[in-house]
Design a protein around this ligand. Structure first.
Ligand code: NAD
Ligand code: UD1
Length: 330
């Protein structure tokens, strides 16, 4: 069934790529974003690539009335909720802003949906809810315990939507726990362009590759991993957003609340990712090993088998392609 999907926070990195994937799969997209961490041009590129205009409402996803009218005016049938603040370090310094923005946008969006009588909801959660995992790969039923306010907002919203689904069986809600999205759409025209200093590894490597920064600071080489640097599950952004299309379409046959890992299922170290970008660019990426970053963990790798079997979704792009596409988008 073709859906009209409201993507809150849809002008951001993952949202703009999600809009691309939804339109490509035959769905319609409406975006509400207040542009605290995005520029509107990402979506004009999506419109250019798909030939489909995307209604973009410059507004706050904490505004129930605004959201209700957007849902009604555009005939929205499902929501993918991405609007959030997402910098872990900042969340430790400004917990009220993080709990305020992230919880209020989620609750307001759910209230607007209930007021408008629509019940299909997909939520951008994060592997950060697993905290420091006991072992990898991590299945969805592993114990959770976020270690910072940002992660706690994801954990709390998962609880809210689980309870909501239990309260009324019209709700069909899915939390997608993202591992580490990297790369860009193969056109190279939609990119990850964080405002300010990047926190995440791939955008940092890109700034070094483009000469904006001298070197990558590698946060520790004394972790209990094969080369001593941190290991993560980097997933190509297009694979990740195709996971959203699969999760959305699966809501037709889903009952209640479900949670899925969206990851590649393979660990890649910091040094391996740097080498991947060196191969993709033919350039040398200077780096320096420095101390561990506060709150970091050694390893975080998904067991994506539930999404593979239930959603019929699998990643099809490898890390080399993610490095090429990240570079191409620069
Ligand atoms: P992003 O910052 O690029 O996108 C988030 C968007 O939400 C931005 O465009 C921002 O302007 C908007 N926004 C924030 N608060 C808002 C509000 N009150 N009203 C309206 N819009 C608001 O981040 P992203 O990487 O695209 O992440 C999208 C979602 O995925 C977020 O919920 C994030 O927490 C989650 N997530 C991201 C990652 C990652 O590595 N990028 C990993 C796990 C989960
Ligand atoms: C971060 C977030 C996490 C979020 C995830 C995906 C933190 C503490 N956690 O995790 O909540 O779910 O992104 O968005 O920010 N690294 C360097 N140098 C850098 C940057 C990173 O060596 O300049 C290393 C890190 O130590 C880590 C790896 O690269 O080993 C990946 O880091 P990053 O991209 O920040 O992602 P996560 O730590 O997985």
């Amino acid at each position: 069934m073709s859906e009209t999907v409201l993507v809150t926070g849809g002008a951001g990195y993952i949202g703009s790529h999600t809009a691309m994937a939804l339109i490509t799969a035959g769905h319609k997209v409406v975006v509400v974003d207040n542009f605290v961490n995005a520029k509107p041009d990402a979506l004009s590129v999506v419109a250019e690539l798909t030939g489909v205009e995307i209604p973009i409402i410059d507004g706050d996803a904490r505004d129930v009335e605004l959201l209700t009218s957007v849902i009604e005016d555009h005939g929205v049938t499902a929501v993918i909720h991405m609007a959030a603040l997402k910098a872990v370090g900042e969340s430790v310094e400004m917990p009220l802003e993080y709990y305020g923005n992230n919880l209020e946008t989620a609750i307001a969006t759910l209230q607007a949906m209930r007021d408008a009588g629509i019940y299909k909801f997909v939520f951008s959660s994060s592997a950060t809810v697993y905290g420091d995992p006991e072992s990898c790969p991590i299945p969805e039923d592993a114990s959770i315990g976020a270690t910072n306010p940002y992660g706690m907002t994801k954990e709390m919203i998962e609880v809210i939507i689980r309870d909501l689904a239990a309260s009324d069986d019209r709700w069909k809600v899915t939390a997608l726990r993202y591992f580490n999205p990297v790369g860009a759409h193969e056109s190279g025209k939609i990119s990850e362009a964080p405002l300010g200093k990047p926190n995440n590894l791939m955008p940092m490597i890109m700034e070094v590759a483009t000469g904006k920064r001298e070197k990558v600071m590698v946060f520790g080489d004394d972790w209990p991993t094969a080369d001593g640097t941190g290991v993560r599950d980097y997933i190509h952004i297009m694979d990740l957003v195709e996971g959203h299309v699969a999760a959305l379409e699966h809501l037709d046959v889903q009952e209640g609340y479900e949670v899925y890992n969206l990851g590649q299922g393979e660990g890649v170290s910091v040094l391996e990712l740097i080498r991947g970008v060196e191969e993709a660019t033919g350039m040398q990426i200077p780096y320096e090993v420095t101390g561990r970053r506060a709150g970091d963990i050694a390893e975080c790798v998904a067991d994506p088998s539930k999404a593979n079997s239930v959603l019929g979704w699998k990643t099809t792009r490898d890390i080399a392609q993610a490095c090429r596409d990240a570079w191409n988008s620069q």
